[in-house]
Design a protein around this ligand. Structure first.
Ligand SMILES: [Zn+2]
Ligand SMILES: [Zn+2]
Length: 286
């Protein structure tokens, strides 16, 4: 493997055991991967045992995996206006951080939150306060928290770069923070990345509003729905409304090489081919 090889992988399954994710990544020829560290639709989760953590880290090393990413539980809403829901979300997120630390996960990706009955501004402030409450916990390990760009479905915040920039500004002095950019989500949110010109314009905007130093990872998905439709529907690469040009541009940007690019496309059967396609893009001449 050359030093320059771009990091590409997929969201692998922990069904049966957390180790299965590594076997799956190996069979996909991935050099990074994303997992849920527990069932993503339940509040109750077990901590990772020391024995399992040790085995996971050894297998990860043997498989030459360069970066690992975790995605948080779908039930968590760090911006909830409801006191009880917010408390249970914060508790569950703290447990997410602990599991990530046990497995030495590089990045914990999370959906910022939903405003529900509150305003967007109130929601963004609640999210920032929630994140700040994790200060002591995050310092116990190496995991960086990554806000995910969203499609803006329902009352979700995070579909404008300004939302993420606002949260980052409020927490960055105390929390290791950053962004995971999901190509499907930003397209559905209205950022047109379909061709080279659009791609460059959107990333210039990202640089200006959020800052490139805050970008750490990608979710690589095409979109079933049109530009600006504010719905989150992933599609296989080249089979959706975004098309392949965007992914070619992304893979050719050398500054993205070291950032994990995680497939969350719907057809797992072709992940191996999609990973190969992306790797080939990165080797094309500009
Ligand atoms: Zn995503
Ligand atoms: Zn999505």
């Amino acid at each position: 493997m050359s030093k320059e090889e771009s990091l590409v992988g997929a969201h692998t399954s922990i069904a049966g055991s957390v180790f299965n994710s590594i076997n799956e990544a190996t069979s996909l020829e991935a050099n990074c991967f994303q997992i849920f560290t527990a069932n993503q639709r339940q509040w109750r989760a077990k901590p990772i045992s020391a024995v399992d953590a040790k085995k996971f880290l050894q297998l990860k090393k043997d498989a030459k995996i360069k970066k690992t990413v975790s995605h948080n539980n779908y039930l968590i809403n760090l911006g909830s206006p409801k006191k009880d829901a917010l408390e249970i979300s914060k508790k569950a997120f703290l447990e997410e951080i602990e599991r990530c630390h046990s497995l030495e996960i590089d990045y914990l990706v999370f959906h910022p939150g939903s405003a529900l009955t509150s305003t967007q501004d109130e929601c963004l402030d609640t999210i920032a306060d929630s994140i700040l409450s994790f200060e002591k916990a995050v310092k116990k390990g190496k995991t960086r928290l990554l806000l995910e760009t969203t499609a803006g479905q329902g009352t979700n915040v995070g579909y404008k770069f300004e939302h993420l920039a606002y949260i980052i500004k409020k927490v960055k002095d105390k929390i290791p923070i950053g962004v995971c950019l999901d190509t499907c989500h930003i397209f559905a949110a209205g950022y047109d990345i379909r061709d080279k010109k659009g791609f460059v314009k959107v990333f210039d905007e990202f640089a200006k509003i959020i800052g490139m130093k805050n970008l750490y990872a990608f979710h690589i998905n095409d979109s079933k729905v049109d530009l600006g439709s504010r719905r989150d529907r992933h599609e296989s690469l080249g089979k959706g409304k975004i098309g392949l040009e965007c992914f070619k541009c992304l893979m050719q940007e050398k500054t993205f090489n070291n950032m994990p690019k995680i497939l969350e496309t719907p057809n797992e059967e072709i992940w191996r081919d999609e990973i190969q396609l992306l790797k080939n893009f990165s080797e094309l001449k500009k």
